[in-house]
Design a protein around this ligand. Sequence first.
Ligand code: S3P
Length: 446
Amino acid sequence: MTDIARNMLFEPGGPLRGTVAVPGDKSISHRSLMLSALAVGESRISGLLEGEDVLATAAAMRALGADVQRGSDGTWRIHGVGVGALTQPETALEMGNSGTSTRLLMGLLASHAVTATFTGDASLSRRPMGRVTTPLGLMGAEFTTAPGGRLPLTMRGIVPAVPIEYRLPVASAQVKSAVLLAGLNTPGTTRVIEPVPTRDHSERMLKGFGARITVEREADGTRLISITGEADLRPQVLAVPGDPSSAAFPIVAALITPGSDVTVTNVGMNPTRAGLFEMLRAMGADLTITNEREVGGEPVADLVVRHSQLTGIEVPPEMAPSMIDEFPIFFVAAAHAKGVTRTSGLDELRVKESDRLALMAQGLARIGARVEEQADGLIITGTDGEPLGGGNDRPTIAAELDHRIAMSFAVAGLHTRGGLLIDDMSPVATSFPGFAEMIAGLRGDA
Ligand code: S3P
């Protein structure tokens, strides 16, 4: 892609109208490929997100011995090798921007007789991996890492691995999943204690593939997840629902742009992912959930959203895991609300693809929003529906290799006075191919 294509202008235009479907869920897509690669026989996946992050997982599963093919109809066919039978990759596993690929694959490989090197881009190479190497080290895997426990990293898996009981020190579905995936090829029962529930796609899908996995809930909400190895997984036919984290962008774009009326179809509504929709409705969003159904073991619905006058709220910190990836775009919604929106308990946002608290605070301030950055959240005083940005002011926002920062400011630009430039839209290809075209289509600009 040329520099011209990376640099993109988002400016005010007409309302957003129409019906769109967003690409497949990123979390479910990664897990579909990984578990299919471990099931003996052919699995078929439709609706797979064909973004760079998921393609990095597909390439890794091929490098580890699975047969992974994309049919001309968009269905993916995977011939898995069986739990325990992944083979030594010949070269380093290139993870690009994808933390999920890296952390989940480290888990999968920790209990295989494989030595693997993981490399990634500048953003991924800054992200903490100690949260995964610690529990996997307790299971017997060995690691050589760059300073600070970061990528590039080489892992020596162990057979047999040792089953552990691990209490998650951070609310992280990636850490939970890494330990559970390591448990697949570990004799005995591996347990994860999860004090704050995070997305449960791994648990649902492991069960669907036939793993022996149980989830117990304690009175205080703590979840005890147990998986017993060594597992035999059965191939599956999977349909990946649309990603609620991607649906968030056209939804907030419609909410803040006067005259808008948008339907997003086939959106995953797993309760561990749907916190944004709940909070937007609490702010007064005209957001209707229709046609509720089940796709591939996950609740799915169509969402109808119209431009709305939002009111600021206080987001309870316990909501954080169920909308963890949606805070950047939520902050854009808050910047247009009437009154103050307060968020807290968001320390994890500082170690995502970028420091999302800092970048959102800086970028929103550049387009005239009133933002106070705190250690673990933002306090935003909204415009009461007025557009952001000064008269002729057309700032450039640096996306810092973070797809969700790029898309959040792209949406913000639609309701500014003078528009804004995103310096590099290329990271959007990691999770939402066709994002800019979708927005243009909804505005009738296509
Ligand atoms: C993910 C878990 C979350 C989320 C990420 C995807 C997953 O990360 O931010 O985009 O698929 O398990 P953490 O586990 O670091 O919270």
